[in-house]
Design a binder for this molecule. Sequence first.
Ligand SMILES: Cc1cc2nc3c(=O)[nH]c(=O)nc-3n(C[C@H](O)[C@H](O)[C@H](O)COP(=O)(O)O)c2cc1C
Length: 203
Amino acid sequence: MKNTLLQIFRKRHACHLFQPDRPLPPEDLDFILEAGRLSPSSFGLEQWRFVVLTDPRHKRAFQDACFGQPQVGSASAVVVILARLAELDPDSAYVRRLMAREYPEGEALEGALKNYRGFHAATDIPAWSGAQCHIAAANMMTAAAGVGIDSCAVGGFVPAEVHRLLEIDPRQCLPVLILPLGYCAQPPGEKQRLPREEVVEYR
Ligand SMILES: Cc1cc2nc3c(=O)[nH]c(=O)nc-3n(C[C@H](O)[C@H](O)[C@H](O)COP(=O)(O)O)c2cc1C
């Protein structure tokens, strides 16, 4: 298991051009999305939403919104990862519903909501919500690599264009990351990482 995971982490790379017209097996796409859905999140609030695009016209439009990056238009599927915003309001039905899964109705739930209200007031909510989405994205990229599917995290896009293309209200959701998936058209370059001693310290 350890070696398998290490191989997957070493194999995953940012693919900058995919083989076009090669669909993903639906069960593999489901598996990747499931890895995102099962990700951990702060307060268990599952801050993400995933919009899956497979229509070539949609993918091309998103490529334009991503400064023309060709991995977006050539991908077999593109997952747009959105961070919830308005639903994270402490008074929302969404927060109550999700917190009620963990805390019994009554004093326990009201206490948890009060605690969350304090946190919400003191926190940069778009940044915090977006951070949870990055965890889901990482899990999806690892899952994809595990079933032989390449990916590329794309943070270079025009948020207003994504709102327009998806017809979403900017107060509702923040686009965080665009995740093209498919089969890379080019072999990966050598993995470049800092040596362990520059990254890890024991105290
Ligand atoms: C949050 C995030 C945003 C990124 N945005 C882009 C992007 O817009 N375009 C791109 O080509 N690569 C993008 N990347 C990929 C990185 O450039 C790449 O992961 C990094 O250079 C390490 O290479 P590797 O993933 O092949 O190991 C992004 C990666 C992350 C984590």
